[in-house]
Design a protein. Structure first.
Length: 291
């Protein structure tokens, strides 16, 4: 073994069939067959050049001439080997920060070499962690996980973009942050409009409501008192997504028929957040794809 390298304390197997280095110091002796099973890309990296004897001590991947895998850090490679050798997940990280780092390493290498099992494992474990929505959007863009964008964007807009930390803003990037600010502005405009203008009750009188004109006159006033004011509350506003459930819980002082009518009307209404938020998420996904 060339003296310029030091053996990794954990991933140096006496029966290993290939020696790998990812920097200029540490080498890993591991099992080539396990790596080859992971993906076609990995098999190509490990292929012995034509005409080379696998037993040749001067071949790349031998102790004297370790196979140099470039573009990754030692910690990322170590995290990856932890997964490949099926270490118990609980031992991979004692803190959320460490577990997140390990999962991110897996995502990076899975993306680099098209290793789907590693990506699946990382995604499943990250989903059990309480990651910040901005971080989820960032990871979704880095590693092509579009399913994370919608829920994360929803949470960011519900909590208000202005509450994002400097780190969150940096993680999102200027382009995505700008998209979120525009969506937030639209939601605020539409929220103010809805607070003062409820879904319109039917104009035509019904034989089932003897005081329909009174109900129609009362509806906008009682809507503002019970829904509109709460939408505009400075400290604890009613969320647009909660309007329908709130209407089902409230009594608006209308006739029995009109109470049921406005409930059905509101439940059947498509409120702005149901269009603005998905549209914002879709734009972010498209932007990620363009990178």
């Amino acid at each position: 073994m060339c003296g310029k390298y030091k053996q990794h304390p954990k991933f140096w197997y006496s029966d290993g069939s290939i020696v790998v280095r990812v920097d200029d110091e540490t080498v890993f002796r591991i099992h080539k067959s396990m790596l080859e099973k992971l993906s076609d890309d990995m098999r190509s990296i490990l292929a012995i050049p034509d005409g080379k004897d696998p037993r040749d001590p001067t071949r790349e991947g031998s102790g004297a001439y370790p196979l140099h895998i470039q573009g990754i850090a030692v910690i990322e490679w170590t995290d990856f080997l932890q997964w490949m050798y099926r270490a118990e997940w609980e031992s991979l990280g004692k803190s959320d920060e460490e577990r997140e780092r390990i999962c991110t390493s897996l995502l990076k290498l899975a993306d680099k070499w098209n290793i789907e099992p590693a990506k699946k494992c990382a995604i499943e474990n990250l989903q059990t962690m309480n990651l910040r929505p901005a971080r989820l959007v960032q990871l979704a863009g880095m590693f092509d996980i579009p399913d994370w964008v919608g829920p994360a964007v929803t949470k960011i807009l519900e909590d208000k973009v202005t509450t994002l930390s400097t780190d969150d803003t940096s993680a999102l990037g200027l382009r995505v942050y700008t998209m979120l600010v525009k969506a937030q502005s639209l939601l605020e405009v539409e929220t103010r409009r809805i607070a003062f203008v409820p879904p319109a009750i039917a104009k035509d009188p019904s034989w089932q409501c003897k005081n329909h004109a009174s109900c129609r006159a009362t509806w906008p006033k009682v809507w503002f008192e019970k829904i509109g004011k709460r939408l505009l509350h400075a400290a604890n506003p009613l969320q647009l997504k909660d309007i329908k459930m709130e209407v089902l819980r409230q009594s608006f002082g209308l006739s029995d028929f009109c109470e049921l009518d406005v409930q059905a009307l509101v439940v059947g209404t498509t409120f702005p957040h149901e269009q603005i938020i998905p549209a914002c998420a879709a734009r972010i996904v498209e932007y990620h794809k363009s990178l």
